[in-house]
Design a protein around this ligand. Structure first.
Ligand SMILES: *Cc1c(COP(=O)(O)O)cnc(C)c1O
Length: 406
């Protein structure tokens, strides 16, 4: 058993204080459940922010990683290894995008998209096409490039000046988008479902405006599917559901099922503009990360994507029932598949904390939204159990919280 006081004291002295952690320490997991150091079990409906797609301690993944670790973990991109080509091929088969670049996080995948879009126009001699159009409430990550396309001022303000030339369009106003994209726009970057922005799928009208604006101006389309992609909505990419054909796609989160991996997928046209030395990474696409992603894709192929479609229909139906029972607390249910948001009529944090008290893990985004990103392996029984706890938390939340993890 861990000494809780030590864990918290050591962190408070020596870990950079950029996180506001919930007061619980997890040291084990199994399936959709996490166990705290005090032996209390929690139903995990956030899965490490959409990452633990196969749940915790998945036997097939554990075995494959152990075997990979005892064979070969890392060689860098100086040499070939057997797994990158296979993983890239399978991602290409699933998306129609010809080539993959592997990195270590969603932010890095976005960063590569932004660089590759610039490189595309540079290669074509259109050196003034350096600008980007992003959307209000967008979140693309925290490195300087990705942050420049992230909307919220509290992420941005302390780090100005950022990469210049990013303009923000309203996701609710297709005409504004058309006015902002011009012959200097390298790319439009969009989350098909805004995640941190409050679980907001873009409308069919906006999707259509994005597609037609790209067609008429030549601007490239970057789909940031770090959260919405890798099968979370029941389609491998949510942009496919919307009829969009992005030139570049950023993936991360669920793809490694808990092992850090990001991927930038690009069309053959974009790929042709890139040459050796243009971009790179030491860890990116190493054997451990590729093995994890291959196990994850095996699971999707083995029926998990169908399972996601089935259980997510149940989740959405139950969330709408919940909203109908609590119209004064819940303003809207949003999302697709296993990416769901309950937009409350008040701050969501007390509900998130009340849920933790009751043994359910969810989180807050965009102040008023309770976000649910359960593992793909979640069952309808676990969904029913989670929504019972969430309903209790909504009733209790607002009165503040006490004695968590007691
Ligand atoms: C989480 C997220 C990122 C950043 O991914 P990291 O792995 O945290 O670097 C980028 N874009 C979207 C849409 C995300 O949800």
């Amino acid at each position: 058993m861990i000494d809780t006081t030590d864990v918290k004291a050591l962190e408070s002295q020596h870990v950079l204080q950029v996180y506001r952690r919930q007061p619980v320490i997890f040291d084990r997991g199994h399936g959709v459940r996490l166990t705290s150091d005090r032996g209390r079990s929690y139903l995990d409906f956030i899965s490490g922010i959409g990452v633990a797609s196969l749940g915790h301690a998945h036997p097939g993944l554990a075995q494959a990683l152990a075997q990979q670790a005892s064979t070969l973990l890392h060689t860098s991109n100086l040499y070939f290894h057997p797994l990158q080509g296979e993983l890239a091929t399978r991602l290409s088969d699933r998306t129609g995008l010809e080539r993959a670049f592997f990195c270590n996080s969603g932010t890095e995948a976005v960063e590569a998209c932004l660089k590759f879009a610039r490189r595309y126009w540079f290669t074509r001699g259109e050196t003034s096409r350096t600008k980007y159009v992003a959307f209000r409430h967008a979140f693309h990550g925290r490195t300087m490039g990705a942050l420049s396309a992230t909307w919220d001022d509290h992420y941005r303000a302390p780090f100005q000046p950022l990469v210049p030339g990013v303009r923000f369009a309203s996701a609710d106003d297709p005409e504004e988008l058309e006015g902002l994209v011009d012959g200097d726009t390298a790319a439009i970057i969009v989350e098909p479902i805004q995640g941190e922005g409050g679980v907001r799928p873009i409308s069919p009208a906006l999707a259509q405006a994005i597609a037609s604006t790209c067609r008429t101006t030549g601007a490239l389309l970057i789909a940031d599917e770090v959260q919405s992609g890798s099968g979370r909505t029941g389609a491998f990419l949510y942009s496919q559901t919307l009829g969009l054909r992005p030139d570049l796609v950023a993936l991360g989160k669920a793809l490694g099922a808990g092992v850090p991996i990001g991927a930038t997928l690009v069309s053959s046209d974009v790929a042709k503009a890139l040459s050796p030395g243009d971009h790179g990474t030491t860890y990116g696409g190493n054997l451990l990360a590729c093995r994890a992603a291959l196990v994850f894709l095996d699971a999707l192929d083995g029926g998990l994507l169908d399972h996601v479609r089935r259980v997510s229909a149940h989740l959405m139906a139950r969330l709408h029932d919940l909203a109908a029972r609590h119209p004064t607390d819940i303003a809207a249910v949003r999302g697709a598949g296993l990416m769901a948001g309950l937009d409350l009529t008040r701050d969501a944090q007390p509900v998130v904390e009340a849920a933790l008290d009751k043994g359910l893990l969810v989180n807050r985004t965009a102040s008023t939204v309770v976000r649910l990103l359960p593992p793909y392996i979640v069952t309808t029984d676990e969904i029913d159990e989670a929504l019972r706890l969430l309903e209790q938390a909504i009733v209790a939340g607002g009165s503040g919280s006490s004695g968590r993890d007691a």
